[in-house]
Ligand binder design. Sequence first.
Ligand SMILES: [Zn+2]
Length: 494
Amino acid sequence: MDLSFETVIGLEVHVQLATESKLFCSCPTAYIGTEPNTNVCPACLGLPGSLPSLNRRALELGVKAALALDCSVNAMTRFHRKNYFYPDLPKAFQVSQYDIPLAVSGSMPIFLEGRVKNINITRLHLEEDAGKLVHKTADGRLSGASFSLVDYNRGGVPLAEIVSEPELSSPEEAREYVLTIRRLVRYLEVSDGDMESGSLRVDANISQKCSDGRWGSRVEIKNVNSVRAMERALEYEIIRQREILLNGEEIVQETRHWDDGAGVTRSSRSKEEAHDYRYFPEPDLPPIKIDEELVKYIGCSLPELPWDRRERYIREWGLSQADSVSLSENQDVALYLEKTVAFGADRQLAANWVRTYILRLQNETGVAINDLAVGPEDLASLLVHVKQGSLSSTAAKDVLGIMFALGVKVGAAMEKSGISAGGVSRDALFETVARILEANPAETGVIIAGGDTAVRKRKYLMGLVMKEIRGQAAGEEVSAAFDAVLGSIRDRSL
Ligand SMILES: [Zn+2]
């Protein structure tokens, strides 16, 4: 009998909340590039006699993310101690949430190949991060470490853990889910969502459902440091688990680590790693009553969510999938676009120009979109010229470059570039074509004679003309001028 399989994936995404100070003390959260063990205090080191106190901002950011994910925020929540003995935890427990998380039962849409799938969110809870272990050798090499160092600067940094239902059915869906969460937390300014620096981390659970009714045990994959690594790890696990089931064997329920270099997952020796966390309520933090008014206030102040905006761009504006994704990813970019349209620019044209030129200029200059020399109003007045046909796209691009370089308005930039709003005159165009043809007699001869290379030569000369007139005429106009001038040259030579 032929067996078929269904893949079942659930993800736990840890997001570092964008607070200035840690979850339960006032130590700074900036741990990258800091001297080890300098951002620490008795509370985050768990020294006797110290007491934690909850960071209100972290709670608010958690509520913000939870509401955007359509979760219900619990009226009362509390913290537990998750006990395990490992050197990255100075207290030998991590303060996390257990039976009453901050929020439950949400959902988030993901878009894949033109269809929408809603993924249910089980819960969102707050917890503190652990410290960081650095494995070193005496000569500083990282492989074959002979000792480990610990840095507690990251210990106590606030995280929100977002747990999905096991409803993702392929590595591609898992990838889109993580990217959607990353876009969301950046959009809401809840987190910088940076995977490379560890602000966003993912653990994946994956299992196989077999068509003969068997269910493979669930395997947890850790140590994925990029979206690509997660995808590869899941692809690898699918093949590994299916082979085991095809051989009629059992899948071991365990945690496996992804080895990016080797491209395989490896068992973390389940017995040694088997945890009994012995959760118990954190006695130093009383249960927290979450103010209903605060939740309402945060709910009302949520911006239009990226997926709603994206839908609106597709349905109401008629933008493509790709345009609507990239333009709705960042709130400032979306607002820049919408203002440009409000100032009179055509929607599609504005979308093309913001996506192609404005985002590129933003990346090249490193200046935030709101601080660019060309604002939405300036771009709109340029695009009105393009729409009316009084500026070709090529000429408008030159004008935009001058507007950026000199920080001037459209009119001044056009003057500066010698481009008039009416484009190049017919006489000037004919004069330019004639001049270019005369200056290139060999090519002109080939074009007049016709044949295989004539088309290529004609394109080349038309390109020279376009360059000369800075694209101030449409391609058809230039082509028509070519026909006319070539006609008169042919007549003269007869
Ligand atoms: Zn501290």
